[in-house]
Design a protein around this ligand. Structure first.
Ligand SMILES: NC(=O)c1ccc[n+]([C@@H]2O[C@H](COP(=O)([O-])OP(=O)(O)OC[C@H]3O[C@@H](n4cnc5c(N)ncnc54)[C@H](OP(=O)(O)O)[C@@H]3O)[C@@H](O)[C@H]2O)c1
Length: 358
């Protein structure tokens, strides 16, 4: 692209909003043109409004930008959204109705029948569902979502196995980082020296989203994968990186070597040249005590899922451990990759993309 596509960030001061800003610094296609947050922040310089929590400096240009009110007037036509579900439920349709492509992190519309829930490596074809949204016909705008941070790593590890062997049952237990709860998130007195065996609605989201992501578009709706799934979700004293222990029952027999091969061969975006796509989306960690959050969360610039400890399961067929970076692959990076796929398919506000390509 000769000219970058201007994008706006809704929820720019939050944990995920900050990750967008960090990851979009020097992005070859997108440029941050607008930042919005709550009334508490609007009207302030971003550097004053946001409590910057990331380990790279806040870009100076962004620090000097003024936070706008969270309204479509004056916003660019591509919006990366990361506000709470209750707020998103009101706001995202307003932006879509105003002609914006809303690429969202929130759970508000993930399970809506005409809203695609997408991981580009897994089900990019589900993006055709945007054509079913009334706003698409009226203003050109639409909503596309990415999954919950704990779902995304699981589904990326499952997809190559599902394709080759079919999956009948999934049993997953998570150990989720505190950054998944936003900032300031879980109080330090609650999480240090502790494990919290409850994350509100997380298990239900993981179970439903996994089956929609692995499902297929049939006419005007997604038919979810027909498989049994149960999730246990726990919060642990880790800053970034969700670890998950998974057991699977397969539809067809598979050897350990065949599963490793399926993960190794999984490169569905090869040749698409999407800047944020990891070269190897599912990386195998050979060592017996990996993956670990501190050591493996930044593989593939935080966009790869690491799998390890593949071994027979005494109850189902196979079990393994996976790890993914929850605010990169599980949130901001997921939205950016969805937007890159939309741009490459010519679905990001056609006029803006055409102008940028010219
Ligand atoms: N953290 C993760 O790992 C993760 C992963 C996947 C999905 N998500 C989802 O992403 C969303 C944001 O999560 P987060 O962790 O970034 O939360 P967060 O740190 O609490 O940030 C929330 C953001 O929303 C803004 N906001 C609050 N009320 C608003 C309003 N009325 N109008 C406009 N903006 C408003 C806040 O602005 P102020 O600073 O002005 O209050 C802030 O920018 C949630 O839906 C979450 O479930 C998070």
């Amino acid at each position: 692209m000769k000219n970058k596509i201007p994008i706006g960030i809704l929820g720019a001061t939050g944990m995920v909003g900050q990750r967008y800003i960090q990851l979009l610094e020097n992005h070859p296609w997108f440029e941050i043109a607008w930042l919005a947050a709550s009334d508490r922040s609007s009207g302030k310089k971003y550097g004053e409004a946001a409590k910057w929590r990331l380990d790279t400096p806040l870009p100076r240009r962004v620090a000097e930008m003024t936070v706008s009110p969270a309204e479509p007037a004056g916003a660019p036509k591509v919006i990366f959204a990361s506000v709470d579900a209750a707020i998103a439920r009101e706001m995202e349709p307003a932006f879509a109705n105003a002609g914006c492509a809303v690429v969202s992190n929130s759970s508000a519309f993930r399970m809506s029948p005409n809203v695609p829930l997408v991981i580009p490596e897994v089900n990019g074809d589900h993006l055709e569902m945007i054509e079913e949204q009334p706003s698409r016909q009226q203003s050109g705008g639409y909503i596309v979502t990415n999954p919950n941070c704990s779902t995304i790593g699981l589904v990326m590890a499952l997809k190559p196995i599902e394709e080759r062997f079919g999956i009948e049952q999934i049993f997953v237990t998570t150990m989720q980082a505190v950054s998944g709860a936003g900032y300031p998130g879980v109080a330090s007195m609650d999480i240090l020296d502790n494990v919290v065996p409850y994350i509100g609605s997380e298990e239900e989201k993981m179970e439903a989203e996994t089956l929609k992501l692995l499902g297929r578009v049939d006419g005007h709706a997604v038919q979810p994968l027909q498989a049994g799934i149960t999730a246990h979700c726990n919060r642990v004293a880790v800053v970034d990186g969700h670890t998950e222990c998974v057991s699977l029952k397969l539809r067809r027999p598979a050897t350990r070597e065949q599963i490793l091969q399926a993960w190794g061969d999984f490169r569905p975006l090869a040749g698409r040249d999407l800047p944020f796509a990891p070269e190897q989306p599912v990386e195998w960690a050979e060592q017996p005590d990996r993956p670990q959050p501190r050591l493996d969360r930044n593989r593939g610039r935080g966009m790869a899922v690491t799998v390890g400890r593949l071994r027979p399961c005494n109850l189902l067929d196979w079990k393994f451990v996976l790890l993914s970076h929850n605010t990169v692959r599980g949130a901001a990076g997921a939205t950016i990759l969805n937007a890159e796929l939309l741009a490459s398919l010519g679905k990001l506000e056609p006029a803006a993309v055409a102008a940028a390509r010219a």
